[in-house]
Design a protein. Structure first.
Length: 76
């Protein structure tokens, strides 16, 4: 199965930047967005503002790690 080597993100067909190219890329973006939106509601009272910001930073770093790991580098 070659699906493991398939890029999840690649250059947009129209415009600048990169975007999801497969269902795995779309799922990654959806999970990231859902966690970023719901985090303050569920963890805010326990962690406080600084704790939520720290978790946001960690989630963003993890998202970028996955993004660059699964990025299509062949296209320029």
């Amino acid at each position: 199965m070659n699906s493991d080597n398939r890029a999840w993100f690649g250059p947009k067909r129209i415009g600048w930047g990169y975007g999801p190219r497969s269902w795995q890329g779309w799922l990654t973006v959806a999970i990231y967005a859902l966690l970023m939106m719901t985090l303050p509601t569920f963890l805010g009272p326990q962690l406080g503002q600084n704790g939520v910001r720290t978790v946001w930073i960690v989630l963003t770093v993890l998202f970028f790690v996955v993004f660059f790991w699964k990025l299509d580098r062949r296209a320029s």
